[in-house]
Design a protein around this ligand. Structure first.
Ligand code: SF4
Ligand code: SF4
Length: 880
C-alpha cells in the first residue's frame, strides 16, 4: 500500500512531468513563432501609410496590373483611384486598391487586399492580391488557385453580371469557376472586384453614375429632444475602443462620435434651433445635403490635420452603396452648439455638406472613420475602417423607407446557392442518426455469420461520406476547427466564421449532438470521410485475398501507441494558444486536405507520400491513422467519456473473450469492458450480444435448453434468454458472477455527497462537487498540495478578472487555465477519483482513470471559462 507521503511524491512527480511537457510545448511554440510564418501574400506586410498616401503607386506594384503604363497619377476621386498613363501622359486606364472601396470580409473575416487595373472601356486588365489572411490558401489550396481565379476576370467588363458558378445566358450571367474548398473566399473576391471596378467606372464616366431618388421628408411640426432623437435613430453613435486600434484596453473609448442628418426639417430644427437651421438651409442648394458630427469622448480628432495641408478631411467619409463621399474644406461649416434638450457635451464638432446627386437621405448610409491599427506584437500599422449605419426612420419619410435590396453577405450566398446539397446532407445525417438509434433492431436481425442488416446501412453511409461528403462537398471536419471553436468559446464567438462553410457547420452540429448521445463512434465509425475510406480499403483488402496478411499490432504496443493521438491533440491545442498559424501548419498531420481538398497529385510529394502510406497501411491494419494519430479522433474521444448511451454488456462478458477477439478497434479490455473513447461503433459486439449461436454463454444456454427439450425464449434487453417459468437462473459461474461488471467502463463508486440528496439539495451537491475539487480528508493529508492549489485557484480567478478588464494577455490566461486544470486533475485523482457515467441528471458514478479525469476537468473548465467570460462581458467588466 502506498503511504500518503508516497502518493504526494507521485503527484508532485506527475505535476512536474506535465509542467515540463507544457513548458516544452510553450518554448517550442514560441521558437517556431519567431520563425518566418509564410510566403506569398498570406498576411503580407503592407506599408502603414498605404490608405492615405497620395502617391499610391510609389508604394505598390501598379505596373503589375497595368503593364503598358509608363507612369501613374496620384490618388484622385472618391473612392480613390489612380490614372494609368502612357507615352506623353496619354490616359490608358485606371488602377484601384480594393480596400479603398470596399472592406468585404472573406473567409478569415478580413478582406483580401487586391490591386486592380481597368482600361478605358471598363475591362479588367490586371489583378494582383497584395495581402490575404485565408488559412486555406496558406495550407491546403495553393495560393496560385486564387491567382488563377482572378485571371478569369481579365478581359471581362465591370458592366458584366459576373457570378461564381455556371454561366446563365438567359439571365445574362457570366460564370467564373470557383475554387473547390474556398467558396466563401471566391464569392467575397467576386464582390470585391465587381464593386471596386464599378465604383471607379461610375466616377470616370464608363458606367452611368448611380442616381438615387431624393428623399421626401414627412412634414411634422414636432420637435425632439436628444433622447427622442436617439430612440428614433435620427442621431447615431460611432464608438471605437482602444483595443480596436491596437491600444491597451481602458475604460475610455478611443473616440466616440455622434452624427445625424440635418436636412430633415424636424431633425435639423430640433438639433440646431429653427433660425440656425433656416440659416444653414439658405446657404445650401436644394440638392445638397448636410449632416453633423460631434465628438463626445476620446482625444482623437475626426477632422485630423489633413485638411490643413490639402484641404481634404481624410478621416471621415460617408458611404452609400458602392459610392463614397469625402469632404474638402469647402464642404465644411462650423457647428457652434446643439439646442436639442439633453444633447451631450462635445469637444469637437462639424457640419459637412454632400454635394453629389448620387446621395439620397432616403436610403441607408454609413459614416466611416478611417484610421490605423497598430499590431501590439509587431508594432506594424495597418489601415482600419470603423463605420456606423444611418437610415432615417420610416415615419420621417413620406411614404416610408424605399425598398433596398442589399447584397447578401458571402456566407449567406453560399447557403442559398447550395441549399439543395445542404438539404440532402442534413437528410443523410438525420437518416444515419435514426438508423443508429434503432441499431438494436438491426443487430437482432444480424448474426456473426450474416451481418448484412447492419452492414448494408453502414457501408451505404461510408460510400456517401467518402463520395458525397468527402470528395464532393469537401466537408471533412478537421482538428483546426476544434482549435478555432476552443478559442472562440473562451474569447469571442463569431457566428459568421462558423456559418461560412455550411457543410462543416451542419456536420459539427451532428458531431456534437451524437458525441454526447452515443460517443464519437457514430461520426468516426460511420460518417468520417477519411475514416470510412480507410476502413473501406481494409475491407477491400480482405476481399482481394490479403486477409492472411491483415491483423493488428500486439496489444501491448497498441495500448501504448493509442496515447499518441492524445499527445498530438494536446500539443496542437497548446501551440494554438501561442500561434494559430503554426498550429494550422502542424495540423498537416491530418491527411484530410491532401486527400479530399487538394488531391494527392496536386501537392508536394511528402504530403502525397504520407497519405499514400496511411492508405496503404490501411490494407493490412484496420484504421491505423484513426487508432494512433488522429488528433480530431482524440478531441472527440475525450467528451465520449460522458456519452449518455453506451453499448450493451452482460455480466458474462467479463470472462468471455468472443467480442474482444472480433473488435477491430481493440476497444474491449480483458474484463469485457468497452472503452468508449476507442470504440468506433462497428456494432459487431452488439450483434454477438443477442446471437444465440455466436455469443458463447447464449450458445451454451441454447444448447442446454435444446438438449432438455425446453422452450427457446427470445433474448431480453439484458442480453440473456428471457427466463422460463418457473425462473431458470442462467448458469453463471461464481467467477463470472463475482467478476467485474462490464456494463460500467470502470468500477462503480458511490460518492458520499450524493447519498440521500434530492431536488435542490441534489443540484447544490452537484454544483459543489463540480466547483470544489478538494476532498475533506485529503485536505488533512496533503496540505502542501492543497495550499498550492488554493494559491493557483486564487491566481487563476484573478487572472480571469484582470483579463476581463484588459490588463492581462490572452497567453497568460491560457497558461493559468492549463496550470489550474492540471492541478485540478491531480487533486481530484487524489481525493475525488470518480466521474459520472451516463446522462448528467442521473447518479451513476464510477472510478475515474487518468484519461477520464483529464476529459472531465478539461471539458468542465472550458465551459466554466466560457461562462466567466460571458458573465464579465454581460456585467460590463469586460470591454468589447
Ligand atoms: S479517428 Fe480521425 S480519421 Fe478516424 S474516423 Fe475519427 S476523425 Fe476520422
Ligand atoms: S466490436 Fe469494438 S468497435 Fe465494434 S462496437 Fe463493439 S466495442 Fe465498438
Amino acid at each position: 500500500m502506498k503511504t500518503h507521503r508516497q502518493g504526494l511524491a507521485a503527484n508532485w512527480r506527475s505535476f512536474l512531468h506535465l509542467a515540463a511537457f507544457f513548458l516544452g510545448l510553450t518554448l517550442g511554440a514560441q521558437a517556431a513563432q519567431a520563425a518566418p510564418t509564410g510566403t506569398g501574400a498570406y498576411e503580407a506586410a503592407l506599408p502603414a501609410e498605404l490608405a492615405t498616401a497620395k502617391d499610391m503607386c510609389a508604394l505598390l506594384p501598379c505596373q503589375d496590373v497595368f503593364p503598358g503604363a509608363k507612369s501613374f497619377s496620384e490618388r484622385l476621386g472618391s473612392p480613390p483611384y489612380v490614372k494609368a498613363l502612357g507615352e506623353a501622359d496619354k490616359l490608358l486606364g485606371y488602377v484601384m486598391l480594393s480596400t479603398d472601396i470596399t472592406d468585404t470580409p472573406a473567409y478569415s473575416g478580413k478582406p483580401v487586399v487586391t490591386l486592380i487595373g481597368m482600361d478605358l472601356t471598363g475591362h479588367f486588365v490586371g489583378i494582383k492580391v497584395l495581402k490575404h489572411s485565408e488559412p486555406i490558401l496558406l495550407l491546403g489550396i495553393p495560393e496560385s488557385a486564387l491567382l488563377k481565379f482572378n485571371d478569369q476576370y481579365l478581359g471581362k467588363s465591370v458592366a458584366d453580371k459576373i457570378e461564381v458558378g455556371q454561366t446563365r445566358p438567359d439571365e445574362n450571367v457570366l460564370g467564373v469557376d470557383a475554387i473547390s474548398g474556398a467558396t466563401v473566399t471566391v464569392i467575397a473576391q467576386n464582390q470585391v472586384l465587381m464593386a471596386s471596378g464599378q465604383a471607379v467606372a461610375k466616377q470616370v464616366g464608363i458606367l452611368a453614375p448611380t442616381v438615387r431618388d431624393p428623399a421626401r421628408y414627412a412634414q411634422t411640426e414636432r420637435r425632439f429632444d436628444w433622447a427622442q432623437l436617439v430612440k428614433l435613430g435620427a442621431v447615431q453613435r460611432l464608438r471605437v475602443s482602444p483595443e480596436q486600434v491596437g491600444l491597451p484596453r481602458g475604460p475610455e473609448p478611443f473616440v466616440e462620435l455622434w452624427f445625424g442628418d440635418l436636412n430633415h426639417p424636424a431633425i435639423g430644427a430640433s438639433l440646431m434651433g429653427a433660425s440656425n437651421w433656416a440659416n444653414l438651409r439658405s446657404r445650401m442648394k436644394e440638392s445638397e445635403h448636410a449632416f453633423f458630427i460631434i465628438r463626445t469622448a476620446g482625444i482623437e480628432s475626426f477632422k485630423g490635420s489633413g485638411f490643413v495641408r490639402g484641404g481634404i478631411y481624410d478621416r471621415v467619409q460617408v458611404k452609400q452603396g458602392a459610392d463614397s463621399f469625402t469632404f474638402r474644406d469647402l464642404d465644411y461649416l462650423n457647428l457652434y452648439g446643439l439646442e436639442a434638450a439633453g444633447a451631450p457635451e462635445f469637444n469637437e464638432s462639424a457640419i459637412f455638406i454632400i454635394r453629389s446627386k448620387a446621395f439620397s437621405a432616403a436610403y441607408p448610409w454609413q459614416l466611416a472613420l478611417l484610421g490605423n491599427r497598430v499590431d501590439r506584437a509587431t508594432g506594424a500599422r495597418s489601415f482600419a475602417n470603423f463605420d456606423s449605419k444611418y437610415w432615417l426612420a420610416a415615419e420621417l419619410l413620406e411614404g416610408g423607407r424605399p425598398v433596398v435590396v442589399e447584397a447578401d453577405a458571402p456566407w449567406v450566398r453560399v447557403w442559398k446557392t447550395r441549399a439543395v446539397e445542404i438539404g440532402l446532407f442534413i437528410a443523410l445525417l438525420l437518416g444515419v442518426t435514426v438508423v443508429y438509434a434503432l441499431r438494436e433492431k438491426l443487430t437482432r436481425l444480424s448474426t456473426h455469420k450474416n451481418k448484412w442488416p447492419v452492414n448494408a446501412f453502414k457501408y451505404t453511409a461510408w460510400g456517401l461520406s467518402i463520395v458525397f461528403v468527402g470528395f464532393g462537398a469537401m466537408a471533412q471536419p478537421s482538428i483546426t476547427q476544434v482549435l478555432t471553436w476552443f478559442h472562440s468559446l473562451l474569447f469571442q464567438w463569431t457566428w459568421s466564421l462558423f456559418l461560412s462553410d455550411p457543410f462543416i457547420f451542419v456536420f459539427w452540429i451532428f458531431i456534437i449532438v451524437t458525441v454526447f448521445l452515443f460517443g464519437r463512434g457514430l461520426f468516426c465509425g460511420w460518417m468520417c470521410p477519411f475514416g470510412s475510406l480507410s476502413e473501406a480499403i481494409y475491407k477491400v483488402g480482405e476481399k482481394i485475398g490479403l486477409k492472411r496478411f491483415q491483423g493488428h499490432l500486439p496489444h501491448a504496443w497498441h495500448h501504448r501507441l493509442k496515447w499518441l493521438k492524445y499527445a498530438i491533440f494536446f500539443g496542437l491545442l497548446v501551440i494554438s494558444m501561442f500561434s494559430m498559424g503554426l498550429a494550422e501548419k502542424l495540423a498537416e498531420v491530418e491527411p484530410f486536405k491532401t486527400t479530399f481538398l487538394v488531391g494527392i497529385t496536386n501537392r508536394a510529394w511528402p504530403y502525397g507520400l504520407f497519405v499514400a502510406t496511411l492508405l496503404g497501411l490501411s490494407l493490412f491494419i484496420e484504421r491505423p491513422y484513426c487508432k494512433y494519430i488522429c488528433p480530431l479522433g482524440a478531441a472527440l474521444a475525450m467528451p465520449s467519456t460522458f456519452r449518455w448511451f453506451g453499448l450493451k454488456r452482460k455480466q458474462d462478458c467479463n470472462s468471455c473473450k468472443a467480442c474482444a477477439v472480433g473488435c477491430g478497434s481493440l476497444a474491449i479490455d480483458a474484463a469485457g469492458r468497452i472503452d468508449h473513447r476507442e470504440c468506433l461503433h462497428c456494432l459487431d459486439c452488439m450483434i454477438l450480444y443477442t446471437d444465440t449461436k455466436g455469443c458463447p454463454p447464449l450458445a451454451k444456454e441454447r444448447k442446454r435448453r435444446e438438449r432438455d427439450g425446453l422452450l427457446i425464449t427470445p433474448i431480453g434487453r439484458d442480453g440473456y434468454f428471457i427466463p422460463i417459468q418457473p425462473i431458470q437462473p442462467n448458469a453463471m459461474s461464481e467467477k463470472v458472477a463475482l467478476g467485474p461488471d462490464p456494463r460500467m467502463p470502470t468500477d462503480p463508486v458511490a460518492p458520499a455527497h450524493k447519498a440521500d440528496a434530492q431536488g435542490l439539495k441534489w443540484i447544490w451537491a452537484e454544483l459543489f462537487d463540480h466547483l470544489w475539487p478538494w476532498h475533506k480528508d485529503s485536505w488533512k493529508s496533503q496540505k502542501a498540495l492543497q495550499i498550492a492549489g488554493f494559491s493557483l485557484a486564487l491566481a487563476a480567478t484573478l487572472a480571469w478578472v484582470l483579463a476581463g478588464s484588459g490588463r492581462l494577455s490572452q497567453s497568460a490566461i491560457i497558461a493559468w487555465w492549463f496550470g489550474w486544470s492540471v492541478y485540478e486533475v491531480l487533486i481530484r485523482l487524489a481525493g475525488k477519483r470518480y466521474v459520472k457515467d451516463g446522462p448528467w441528471w442521473q447518479g451513476h458514478y464510477r472510478r475515474a482513470s487518468v484519461m477520464d479525469m483529464l476529459s472531465y476537468v478539461g471539458f468542465k473548465n472550458l465551459l466554466i471559462g466560457a461562462a466567466l467570460f460571458l458573465a464579465l462581458k454581460a456585467s460590463g467588466l469586460m470591454l468589447a
